[in-house]
Design a protein around this ligand. Structure first.
Ligand SMILES: [Fe+2]
Length: 140
């Protein structure tokens, strides 16, 4: 299972957002470790519980910032978050129906971790630039 190093490529330049992204990435790395050591079945419950609160809360924070600073990509970002929550909700349904398993742990990692990293690099970095720019001009 792939693990993700925190690096400048993932930094969006807004400390609050970067901190929250780090938490999310570390949670997926924990899942990855658990899968590698055969503990995916117990780790998946922890991940789903964490994401249920943290992902939505993080998206709300980020969307709030993007809206306040009138970032042109704010809507695209919102739609992308909705897509994540849809994938997440499908996983929750599957988890409820079939229970915890190594298979669902792997599926969660594949579907959500890759999405997250791609999303941060493609969209959140632009949100970050917009917010940083808005802040630097408003302080000038
Ligand atoms: Fe985002």
């Amino acid at each position: 299972m792939q693990k993700f190093e925190w690096s400048d490529k993932l930094k969006v330049g807004v400390p609050m957002i970067d901190t929250q992204h780090k938490e999310l990435i570390y949670a997926f790395n924990d899942l990855s470790d658990a899968i590698e050591s055969g503990n995916g079945t117990s780790a998946i419950k922890k991940l789903l519980t964490f994401l249920k609160y943290y992902a939505e809360w993080h998206f709300e924070n980020e969307e709030g910032c993007a809206a306040r600073h009138q970032c042109p990509i704010a809507d695209t970002n919102k739609q992308a978050h909705a897509r994540f929550l849809e994938i997440f909700s499908n996983l929750q349904v599957e988890y409820r129906e079939s229970g915890a398993s190594e298979a669902i742990a792997r599926q969660a990692h594949q579907q959500l971790a890759d999405w997250l990293v791609g999303h941060i690099m493609k969209i959140d970095t632009q949100i970050g630039q917009c917010i940083s720019h808005a802040k630097s001009t408003s302080q000038a």
